[in-house]
Design a protein around this ligand. Structure first.
Ligand SMILES: [Fe+2]
Length: 558
């Protein structure tokens, strides 16, 4: 039985495929259509499918549309209709949304060229998030907490999983959405509403005390209550009236970042840590297991994630590589497999390397048609490590592309963490990011604890989902990856999870005594590169010094 999972209701459009319960491929549409997040979340486009991602899933598995037994879409239109309340937002927008949701079936049937009848399943959004975290986790039972902007109407769900069964135990409906609070703050602070990670980076520069009281009036979180004050939300850019009354005028996107902006970000981060911790305690009371799975876009907040991990409420915490909406394509497929098949799906496989891979012939053809002369390296790991140690920026492209927003060594830009100016060099030559944003380190698993206060290593540490303190006596040695507050968003690299990337860092370690490289995604503002042609385009237009694609390499002089 093959189950195709699809997410396209808001953003991070994606597709995933389960073959006999085994997750064989998952990919985000943005990597093909080169539009960040695949598309903007609008009321009039939930029927815009991730067409190329779906086609890729079929091709990669050698299947045709006829071979798809079930299709799982990660949003339940009926549930939305039942729970929507007219006072929340403009009913005309809701009418448009309904109309477009009604076209989802037709769009899928057109794309697959067949009618689906009862084989199309609409999976509740938070159930899809929950399943996306639970089935790849190493657990056979777990408490689950999902927190995002909005699903059908929920902003957060607490659930219990035992075996293949996931049951919702409590739901917080709109407006109780931390994800939306972050969208509002991101917009108010002059970023796009997708830029929660910038706000998170900015928070390290601020003092949370300045606006602590104000945040308390926006997000309530204690032993009994949890909730968000709706007056601050508006819905998708409907103005910042309450925000302005409380915090003053919003920041224009090109205006200087002032201390009060950082203070707001710091207060928001603190309030989020407290709110999520309160929800974690709440789910622990209802589901007193040792294991916790986290998902939803808010689970990309690596600072909060580490607060949850260190709280010790749960002995074990798992977060998938794509906790945001892309992951619901995987989760919906797992949920439908469990609902329709006797045999349980494959569990505990959490690899992020689920996307397209390219043959050497593809790579050579792309290099040739771009007018470059291909060179071969006998030891790409060693050659790349030597260049990095010389202060060069190396693009490292290999194997299957990552699923999720972080580059984890297969579509990465790598650099030397020892150089204090490396952050500026990366920004000048390629990334063009705001200079307050930190770059992340990738560290050999065997040495992680010597450099960072990791605590118990988990599978999710391989996905760059926890911020850890850099050890005091090591901070001066790796200035390029230490954030303002002394933390770093670490990726732990094990030999088993990514042998070739592990080999590269090992070569760098042998040469320099530092088992760490700077790892940032291989892109300049656009989505992370997918194919060799994308890699060459970004290489050519930026100041990257060398590009390795498997054992083929190009240097800027070539
Ligand atoms: Fe979501």
């Amino acid at each position: 039985m093959n189950v195709l999972g699809i997410n396209s209701v808001y953003h991070e459009s994606a597709a995933a495929l389960l073959v006999d319960g085994k997750l064989v491929v998952a990919v985000e549409e943005e990597r093909f259509n080169r539009i960040k997040h695949g598309k903007q979340a609008e009321f009039d486009n939930p029927h815009q499918l991730p067409e190329r991602a779906i086609r890729h899933c079929l091709n990669a598995a050698g299947l045709t549309a006829r071979d798809i037994g079930r299709v799982a879409y990660s949003f339940d239109a009926k549930m939305r209709r039942k729970q929507y309340r007219a006072e929340w937002w403009d009913p005309r927008l809701e009418e448009t949304f309904r109309l477009r949701l009604g076209q989802v079936r037709g769009a899928i049937e057109d794309l697959l060229g067949r009618s689906l009848g009862p084989k199309l399943h609409l999976v509740p959004h938070h159930m899809a998030h929950a399943a996306s975290a639970y089935f790849p986790s190493p657990f056979d039972r777990a408490a689950i907490l999902t927190i995002d902007g909005i699903g059908e109407t929920a902003g957060s769900t607490l659930a219990k999983a035992v075996g293949t069964r996931i049951q919702s135990v409590e739901t917080f409906e709109y407006p109780h959405s931390i994800g939306f609070v972050w969208e509002v703050f991101s917009g108010y602070l002059g970023f796009s509403h997708y830029d929660a990670s910038k706000v998170m980076g900015l928070a390290a520069y601020g003092d949370p005390e300045i606006f602590r009281e104000q945040l308390r009036s926006i997000v309530r979180a204690d032993e009994v209550n949890y909730g968000v004050n709706r007056e601050f939300l508006g819905f998708h850019g409907s103005g910042f009236a309450r925000m302005e009354a409380m915090f003053g005028p919003p920041r224009e996107s090109n205006a200087e970042i002032l201390p009060r902006h950082a203070d707001m970000a710091a207060a928001l981060q603190e309030a989020t840590d407290a709110a999520v911790t309160a929800l974690v305690r709440r789910v622990k009371r209802r589901v007193p297991f040792d294991n916790l799975c986290l998902a939803g876009g808010v689970a990309l907040n690596c600072v909060t994630n580490d607060v949850v991990r260190r709280s010790g409420e749960f002995a074990n915490v798992f977060i998938p590589s794509a906790p945001h909406d892309a992951g619901t394509a995987i989760g919906a497929a797992f949920a439908v497999h469990c609902a329709t098949q006797k045999r349980p799906p494959e569990r505990g496989k959490s690899t992020p390397y689920l996307g397209p891979a390219f043959k050497r012939s593809d790579i050579l053809a792309a290099v040739k048609s771009a007018g470059f002369a291909a060179r071969r390296s006998k030891s790409p790991a060693r050659d790349a490590a030597n260049l990095i140690a010389d202060g060069k920026i190396v693009a490292w492209f290999q194997g299957r592309m990552e699923f999720g927003p972080r580059a984890l060594g297969n579509r990465s830009l790598l650099a030397d963490p020892r150089r204090p100016d490396m952050r500026d060099i990366l920004n000048q030559k390629v990334k063009h990011r705001e200079d307050f944003r930190p770059f992340a380190p990738s560290v050999l698993a065997e040495h992680a604890e010597e450099w960072f206060e990791v605590g118990t290593q988990t599978a999710s540490h391989e996905f760059m989902l926890f911020a850890c303190a850099v050890r005091d006596d090591r901070r001066d040695l790796i200035p390029a990856v230490v954030h303002k507050d002394g933390s770093a968003r670490v990726q732990i690299v094990s030999r088993t999870s990514n042998p070739r990337f592990h080999e590269l860092i090992s070569c760098f370690f042998a040469k320099t005594g530092v088992p760490i490289v700077v790892n940032t995604s291989f892109n300049d503002s656009e989505p992370i590169v997918c194919a060799p042609t994308d890699a060459i385009v970004t290489f050519r237009k930026s100041g990257i010094d060398a590009l390795f694609m498997d054992d083929v390499f190009l240097t800027a002089q070539a």
